[in-house]
Design a protein around this ligand. Structure first.
Ligand code: SPV
Ligand code: MG
Length: 434
């Protein structure tokens, strides 16, 4: 019987590096290509610019391939046990990079039937680098970035968004990647949250819609200049309906993926004040009108208007929160954010469980600032689709700056603070675009 060789690919173009692996594979027997699913590609710190079907076809059309199958995870386990290949072939770079855990598992599994791992020298040259750079370049284009949130919602058990308020925080969100102990994949943030609280704070202003929409858009432009991840904008109350219909179009055209507007009117204050300050909730009718007008103004199917319910913050009760949720969905909201400032997540879970009894589709968004003990897995198990870490980068940076500023005053020099500072080479590495 002819031997079989298994190779898995996440690529969207077959360049000379891949050809090298495929041609080498053919020498060992019938080649089975595993094409990573979209869900799996997201575990590689990557985002597909093409559809899964397109990538399957790419390999089906390549001459001399025996079979093209899906690989649903970063781990090869499922497919190796299913196809029991005599050989697995891969570039030798995974001996040293973050995929080592995956590689070691392949070696272990192959031992069960005396299979062998073949590693070919990894191809890296200017031509290959240029192709990969071109693919990455598409990710920052507005059309692409805008639809990326809806796509991520399909492919991730829960979408993680991190607060960003300028270029540097956006780069931190873009580049922070942690190797997962669970499957050898890479954990990363899926989206960026442009918080009104943190955007205002970065400008030294209170969170009362004082920083106007043009200034917020400048912040977003700065973020878009240096990143590719989708953007969820904190749109505060959305302002007057007459203004909102223009603003959503600007957001949509820029490539923002979603705006979250809260059901309050008048001078908005930050929700974390709760009932300590005077805040007025909008009527269901008015807020539905705003949602409807916003939806009508849109030109694409990708942009999401997410309605944020303040009933629990303002202690108006669960029933009011749920009634509003269903009314807002009926008016066309593409998602519901439910907010709470309780120390535990019970009221959020009750809301989500009850909402999900009637509506299994509409994405649910939460901001666990006060109930921060809750894990992403727990949130997902209550039907929550997006978790926003809404202010942590801001709150991490300012105490560090304050203590450095006061210690320089104290010691009349900067030597004492030096070991708390990021080395210049790390700053340069972070900024370095490619
Ligand atoms: C923000 O980050 O600006 C928010 C979330 O609106 S919260 O501060 O919790 O109200
Ligand atoms: Mg806000």
């Amino acid at each position: 019987m002819k031997k079989t060789v298994y190779a898995a690919f996440s690529t969207e173009v077959i360049h000379e590096g891949h050809k090298n692996i495929l041609e080498e594979a053919k020498k060992y027997g019938d080649v089975i290509v595993g094409v990573y699913s979209n869900e799996a590609i997201l575990r590689f710190d990557r985002f597909p610019t093409t559809s899964f079907e397109y990538r399957m076809e790419l390999f089906q059309q390549y001459p001399g391939i025996h079979q093209v199958v899906v690989q649903n995870s970063v781990s090869y386990r499922e497919n190796l046990l299913k196809y029991r290949p005599d050989f697995v072939i891969h570039g030798d770079n995974w001996k040293w990079n973050e995929q080592k855990k995956v590689r070691d598992e392949v070696v272990e599994i192959l031992k069960q039937w005396g299979g062998q791992l073949i590693e070919v020298p990894y191809t890296v040259n200017d031509r290959v680098k240029k192709i990969e750079k071109e693919i990455r370049g598409q990710l920052s284009m507005p059309e692409f970035r805008r639809r990326r949130l809806k796509e991520t919602l399909k492919w991730r058990p829960i979408v993680r968004a991190l607060e960003v308020h300028n270029g540097i925080t956006s780069l931190i969100c873009e580049k922070t990647v942690v190797a997962s102990q669970a499957d050898g994949g890479l954990d990363q943030y899926d989206a960026q949250w442009v918080s009104s609280l943190c955007d205002s704070t970065a400008k030294g202003k209170p969170d009362i819609e004082l920083v106007d929409m043009s200034s917020r858009m400048r912040t977003i432009d700065e973020i878009m200049d240096v990143s590719t991840k989708p953007i969820i904008l904190d749109g505060d109350t959305g302002g007057l309906i007459e203004h909102f219909v223009y603003n959503v179009r600007t957001m949509e055209r820029m490539g923002i993926s979603a705006v979250i507007i809260e059901d309050k009117t008048g001078l908005k204050k930050n929700s974390l004040f709760g009932t300590e300050v005077e805040q007025t909730q909008d009527t269901i009718e008015n807020f539905c009108e705003k949602i409807r007008a916003g939806k009508e103004a849109l030109r694409s199917k990708d942009f999401m208007i997410i309605a944020r319910i303040e009933s629990l913050i303002l202690e108006k009760g669960m029933e009011d929160a749920l009634k509003r949720a269903f009314a807002y969905v009926e008016a066309g909201a593409d998602g519901i954010m439910i907010h709470s400032r309780k120390k535990d997540p019970e009221e959020i879970f009750t809301f989500c469980d009850t909402f999900r009894e009637k509506d299994r589709e509409t994405p649910l968004v939460v901001v666990p600032t006060s109930f921060n003990q809750v894990t992403e897995e727990e949130l997902a198990s209550h039907g929550i689709n997006i978790v926003i870490y809404a202010n942590q980068l801001t709150r991490a940076a300012f105490p560090a700056m304050q203590s450095v500023a006061s210690d320089i005053l104290k010691y009349h020099r900067a030597k004492e603070v030096d070991d708390r500072l990021m080395p210049f080479k790390d700053v340069i590495r972070l900024i370095d675009a490619e």
